[in-house]
Design a binder for this molecule. Structure first.
Ligand code: SAM
Length: 271
């Protein structure tokens, strides 16, 4: 299919198949968090408070299949990326090694290994509380990739403590709060808009094409649209796809903060 048939659309289905039908080198930026193989189940009983509002059906991957799965989707994604493009992939620590192997096999260059530090880790009794995700910033060609170092803070801007604001913002540990849902239903996982916005600011410009092969709630497409980028996205679970489509079509993005419970507070990591 031609690139124009994908621009500003999302499709329901297996992203590995759907990406292999896309033209080569048509995407400027990929932002995605694939399933983490942590036995995450979006069943309603996993949510002890307002669980009846969580859409079921999350498509988790078995740990033993994770390397093959990662190699398959990452090579399909790499094919769609322009030479000047960048990729940001979120990962838990459990299967990070499989992602690193796949990155090498796809001959991608690691530009940074970022840490997203969030609040509300799962409470533990016999080990430390996990309160971060990894985010691998990758590219095909380190000389050609785009990066806009003063997009968010100019060279002279200062932090409250008098330090350099752009330096602070570009440190590789990002402390960003998880977001709260507003509205009647929700998907079980969501990247904060602030996180996606930061990536879009540094690694893309207006009218660039942003792909998320694992859409979930559609957050990457929604924030890309809000910031004047074109989006392409895929999601295998029909209910999540419908949820994302509705958000994009209604223009009611539901990303305001409320006093409700955090969305990701019950990841079923073994404690
Ligand atoms: C961690 S969630 C993504 C959350 C998303 N970043 C957000 O902010 O809402 C991963 C998503 O990938 C979907 N998924 C799993 N395997 C897939 C596949 N082969 N093709 C497309 N989507 C898939 C899952 O159903 C799940 O919704």
């Amino acid at each position: 299919m031609k690139q124009s048939e994908y621009i500003d659309t999302i499709k329901q289905g297996d992203c590995i198949e759907l990406m292999s039908e896309m033209p080569e080198a048509c995407v400027d930026l990929i932002i995605t968090d694939p399933p983490f193989a942590i036995d995450f189940k979006a069943t309603r009983h996993n949510y002890n408070r307002k669980g009846n509002r969580v859409l079921e059906g999350y498509n988790e991957i078995e740990g033993s299949d994770y390397l093959t799965f990662t190699l398959d989707w990452l090579s399909a994604a790499t094919r769609t990326l322009k030479d000047s493009g960048s990729m940001y992939i979120f990962s838990g620590w459990n299967y990070l090694k499989d992602l690193l192997i796949a990155i090498d096999q796809c001959q991608l260059t690691t530009v940074n290994h970022l840490i997203w530090k969030y609040q509300f880790g799962v409470v533990t009794k016999r080990k430390y509380v996990t309160s971060h995700y990894h985010c691998l910033f990758l590219c095909k060609n380190d000389k050609k990739r785009k990066f806009y170092p003063y997009r968010r803070f100019n060279k002279d801007a200062k932090t409250e403590n008098g330090g350099s604001a752009h330096y602070k913002d570009k440190e590789d540990v990002w402390e960003i709060k998880r977001e709260y849902w507003q509205g009647a239903v929700k998907t079980p996982t969501k990247l904060p808009a602030e996180l996606i916005e930061k990536i879009l600011d540094y690694s893309s410009e207006k009218d660039d094409v942003v792909l998320d092969p694992f859409l979930g709630s559609g957050q990457v497409a929604v924030v890309s649209k809000m910031k004047g980028r074109h989006y392409i996205g895929f999601e295998i679970v029909p209910a999540y796809y419908e949820f994302a489509r509705e958000r994009l079509e209604s223009g009611q993005y539901l990303i305001q903060k409320t006093e409700e419970e955090p969305v990701w507070d019950l990841f079923s990591e073994k404690v």
